[in-house]
Design a protein around this ligand. Structure first.
Ligand code: CA
Length: 222
């Protein structure tokens, strides 16, 4: 899925872009209206994440322009807490969804996927890797035909591996996938989750790559 992020806040924009990339999205991040417009002219996006408070042209104006011009790309609006009227107004203007800042990256990516499913009419409810099946909607995996209950964060880590199945993921990348922007991360959190996933599923499913991180064991595919 190709996503356009329009967010002027550099820290929030870059962390959101990085996080979504790790989720397997292809991300284009723009910091103001004119460059966002230019991106939309030159490329097709599956969804747009739109901040309302932008310098120059506001997010609301951008949304109004796009809809008036017949652009139907799904738009998820980012709004500040408490601005109920803003949210009502942007939904009326043709936004498809909204999230209140500060938001959770997990929730943003889940909602973007939901928007995409709605748009394309597909209903792909699980991810597969060999004999491993991971549900999108519940924190459940099925491994070799046996149901395994996962915590939210174990589910998240496993999903990140399944979306990056050929890549080595560093601890930092996994932390970015797991935690929202600005959240405090305990230093051994990833190791603990991986230990638990190995215990629940298979000792050899996730391999340690010395000095680099972790990756899915391709031998587990068959
Ligand atoms: Ca802003």
């Amino acid at each position: 899925m190709r996503i356009l992020i329009v967010e002027d806040d550099a820290a929030l924009g870059s962390s959101t872009a990085r996080g979504l990339e790790l989720e397997g999205f292809v991300v284009d991040w723009r910091q103001d209206g004119p460059t966002a417009e230019a991106a939309l002219v030159s490329q097709r996006f599956d969804a747009i994440v739109l901040d309302l408070g932008l310098p120059g042209t506001s997010g609301e104006e951008l949304l109004r322009n796009w809809r008036n011009a017949g652009n139907v790309t799904p738009v998820l609006v980012l709004t500040a807490r408490g601005f109920v009227l803003d949210r009502v107004r942007v939904l009326n203007l043709g936004a498809d969804d909204y999230l209140i800042k500060p938001f959770d990256l997990l929730e943003l990516s889940a909602r973007l996927r939901a928007l995409n499913r709605r748009q394309s009419g597909q209903n792909n409810l699980s991810l597969e890797f060999g004999s491993l099946l991971l549900s999108h909607s519940e924190h459940i995996a099925v491994f070799n035909g046996t149901r395994v209950d996962l915590t939210k964060r174990e589910h998240r880590i496993l999903e990140t591996f399944l979306r990056n199945r050929d890549r080595v993921l560093s601890r930092r990348q996994l932390e970015d996938a797991l935690y929202g922007w600005g959240e405090v991360v305990e230093s051994n959190a990833i190791e603990v989750h991986i230990h638990n996933l190995r215990r629940k599923l298979s000792r050899t499913l996730i391999q340690t790559v010395r000095g680099a991180g972790y990756r899915l064991n391709q031998d587990n595919v068959t």
